[in-house]
Design a protein around this ligand. Structure first.
Ligand code: ZN
Length: 142
């Protein structure tokens, strides 16, 4: 026969074990819930420093998440993915207040257009400097 004292101690121990188990469950649940699937963590140290007031949404949140947007050139809906955002801000050092405005296709076209403009500009400079060289050449060697 168990004494009342023993029974009380057993019950107490049981309650303690149950409380510990619940604490552990709560602890395990606490971590992964706050970042949705597909989101990318933000590393504030890698961001380009900015002098403006305020903290961008994604820094406050602590992660990047897929972000739908409408292309400003062709109007198509596209998703700026969490991984692309992380690359843009942390690798390419894009301004933390800038967001994607063009779809992939229009971005490629825009880049091609800029490259072409740069090439034409470069050729123009080359022609000018060739002209100068020719003038210099004719005055010194002629
Ligand atoms: Zn577009």
């Amino acid at each position: 026969m168990k004494s009342n004292k023993q029974r009380r101690q057993e019950i107490k121990a049981q309650r303690l074990r149950r409380a510990e188990r619940q604490l552990q469950i709560r602890h395990v649940n606490a971590r992964p819930v706050d970042r949705p699937i597909g989101a990318e963590p933000v590393t504030p140290a890698l961001l380009r420093s900015n002098n403006s007031y305020g903290i961008p949404d994604f820094v406050q949140r602590g992660y990047y998440q897929d972000r739908p947007f409408r292309c400003k050139d062709c109007g198509i809906e596209e998703i700026w993915t969490a991984a692309q955002q992380r690359w843009w801000y942390e690798v390419a050092q894009g301004d933390v207040w800038t967001v994607a405005v063009r779809c992939r296709r229009c971005r490629q076209q825009e880049r091609a257009r800029k490259d072409e403009a740069r090439r034409i500009h470069g050729e123009g400079l080359a022609v000018k400097s060739m002209g100068r060289t020719h003038e210099d050449g004719s005055s010194t060697n002629g």
